[in-house]
Design a protein around this ligand. Structure first.
Ligand code: HEM
Length: 183
């Protein structure tokens, strides 16, 4: 990829990854306020904001991060499954977007409704413990992805047919043995 295009996609990639982390921090703050504040109007507002606004920015930034990562992987020497640090990030990104779509999004209308009831002063109960894990898991995995991006550890993934792969190693061992047996 031409350097000027690579830089363009890299900027988009870093901005979307940062936006994703930022939305996660907002989710963590709102979950904290909702759980810990002693003012029920404030708790209600926190749950309303959480339930109404945050899933789509989170999903969009996650998907933009995924698409720009795919473009960078395919357009540079890094590939998608050539280096461990890229392949692990790919798995993390897809897993997190799937969790947002399948686990987080369906529960959000209930969270917003709970917030509205709290703001209206109604005596309602709702199990909010399930809201703690998503920002914790997501922030942890996105931090891992950021560390992988900067340190780029573990090197290349060995391919079965490649020069360092197991099939190639077995072939080299077999050749060496037969050469040793030949008088
Ligand atoms: C999971 C969330 C992700 C985060 C937080 C993240 C973060 C980053 C950051 C901060 C960089 C800049 C590193 C540097 O320039 O030293 C980067 C670069 C890169 N990322 Fe990601 N990334 C994520 C997902 C992905 C995915 C899914 C892919 C590919 C499938 C990917 C592929 C790449 C590639 C190839 C580069 C290097 C680009 C280059 O230098 O040419 N990333 N990423």
């Amino acid at each position: 990829m031409v350097p000027v295009y690579r830089k363009f996609w890299l900027v988009l990639h870093i901005v979307s990854a940062s936006a994703w982390i930022g939305v996660d921090v907002m989710v963590a703050v709102l979950v904290g306020v909702g759980a810990l504040s002693d003012d029920s109007a404030r708790r209600g507002l926190a749950y309303q904001a959480l339930g109404s606004f945050l899933v789509w920015p989170m999903l969009v930034s996650g998907l933009v991060c995924l698409v720009t990562g795919l473009v960078l992987g395919l357009g540079t020497k890094w590939g998608l499954v050539r280096y461990w640090w890229v392949a692990v990030k790919l798995v993390l990104n897809v897993a997190l977007c799937t969790l947002i779509l399948l686990l987080l999004r369906p529960s959000m209308p209930e969270v917003a409704a709970y917030g509205r009831s709290l703001s209206a002063g109604e005596a309602v109960t709702f199990d909010v413990s399930s809201l703690v894990m998503p920002p914790v898991v997501s922030l942890t995995l996105l931090s891992v992805a950021t560390v992988l991006s900067v340190y780029k550890p573990w090197g290349r993934i060995r391919q079965l047919g490649g020069p360092g792969g197991r099939a190639a190693q077995r072939a080299r061992q077999a050749t060496a043995k037969s050469a040793a047996r030949t008088p």
